[in-house]
Design a protein around this ligand. Structure first.
Ligand code: AQP
Length: 344
């Protein structure tokens, strides 16, 4: 069956958005608006898999929304909304809790990393997080999902869930005129030189909101001074930059900074090495500061300006939630029929 092409992705309101979120996901959200219908979600229900302060959560939800707008997502042509306002996400997630297998979830590395040694004490929500993520995508029968490399395994699980649902209910799906598949196999879009931006303090660790050191990441709302300080203090090695990609092997910090520069400048990493091969890090870091300030400065300023108008941000979320709900309700009605739930 041919599915209408549709993009879905989400970002958690769990702290400051950083360069990894921006280059790994949001830049792609913006580009895909030209070619697809897009739905971008502030996934507040995912956020509460780890306790969130009820005073901070709405602020963080508005800040992610403001960042989406500041980066250039058009809320009229596309949809921006917060997950908790469309109940069908949770409804479909329950169905998927009954489709996905315990063995599949046991293989999820993100749960292992986030729960750590204290697994018994992790929330059940954190464990079934990937089922909710599958519901987020499939409740819109979305076909393409731009994400960073860290979400690859969860996307594979979403595909497995879609396939098992299609198999488990194949006769019912066909009887209702949906052909041989009700859900598409959503395709991850993980491309470019910055699919996994690493910490500025340790090139083997992902740049992350939860790293205790603010020097490990560049936040989208950092001012020029903060960006300059963080880049200058970023860990490097004593050698000059190589002129070819092979020279970055076993130099994770150098590779990371080159990847960041390439992604911000929207050129291949080879071009960056062509330009800076043989240069010392001090020279390269100065160029990186200029580029990062030029790219991120206007986004940070616009995010802050929008945060001064929470009523406008809330109106964007309300309008987006209404439009998202219409699509999600149609999917959920069909899912209920397919499963055999009586609808009144
Ligand atoms: N370092 C990264 N490099 C590239 N992409 C990244 N993403 C996150 N970190 C990087 C991508 O950003 C999108 C939104 O992520 P999220 O906020 O939903 O989830 P997250 O992965 O939990 O973010 P953090 O910063 O890593 O938070 P913590 O500290 O809680 O682990 C996703 O598409 C993600 O791939």
């Amino acid at each position: 069956m041919a599915f209408q092409q549709r993009v879905f992705s989400g970002v958690q309101p769990t702290g400051n958005l950083h360069l990894g979120n921006y280059l790994g996901a949001i830049v792609k959200f913006v580009a895909l608006q030209q070619s697809h219908d897009c739905i971008y979600c502030v996934v507040d229900m995912h956020a509460i898999t780890v306790w969130q302060d009820p005073v901070e959560l709405p602020r963080a939800t508005r800040e992610v929304t403001a960042a989406f707008l500041a980066c250039g997502i058009d809320p009229k042509k596309h949809i921006i909304f917060n997950q908790s306002q469309v109940a069908e996400h949770a409804e479909l997630a329950w169905v998927f809790n009954c489709v996905a297998r315990v063995g599949w979830l046991n293989r999820m590395t993100q749960f292992k990393e986030k729960a750590g040694k204290d697994r018994e004490n992790a929330s059940v929500g954190l464990y079934v997080y990937p089922n909710l993520m599958a519901a987020d995508i499939l409740v819109y029968r979305a076909t393409h999902v731009p994400v960073g490399e860290d979400q690859k395994q969860h996307l594979e699980l979403s595909r497995d869930i879609a396939q098992k649902f299609n198999n488990d209910f194949s006769a019912s799906i066909a009887a209702r005129g949906f052909g041989d598949a009700f859900f598409p196999q959503p395709e991850p879009l993980i491309q470019g030189p910055a699919t996994r931006v690493m910490s500025l303090r340790d090139g083997t660790k992902k740049m992350s909101k939860s790293d205790p050191s603010d020097y490990s990441r560049i936040n989208l709302t950092d001012d020029a001074d903060a960006i300059a300080q963080k880049v200058r203090k970023a860990k490097t090695d004593p050698d000059a930059l190589p002129s070819e990609a092979k020279g970055l092997e076993d130099r994770p910090e150098a590779e990371n900074l080159v990847g960041i520069y390439a992604a911000l400048k929207e050129v291949p990493a080879a071009d960056v090495l062509g330009e800076f091969g043989g240069a010392q890090f001090s020279t390269f870091k100065s160029a990186l500061v200029d580029l990062a300030v030029a790219k991120l400065g206007p986004i940070g300023a616009e995010t802050k300006r929008l945060m001064g108008d929470p009523a406008y941000i809330d109106s964007v979320l309300a309008d987006g939630s209404n439009r998202a709900r219409e699509i999600a309700a149609q999917t959920m009605s069909a899912v209920k029929d397919i499963i055999g739930f009586i609808r009144h």
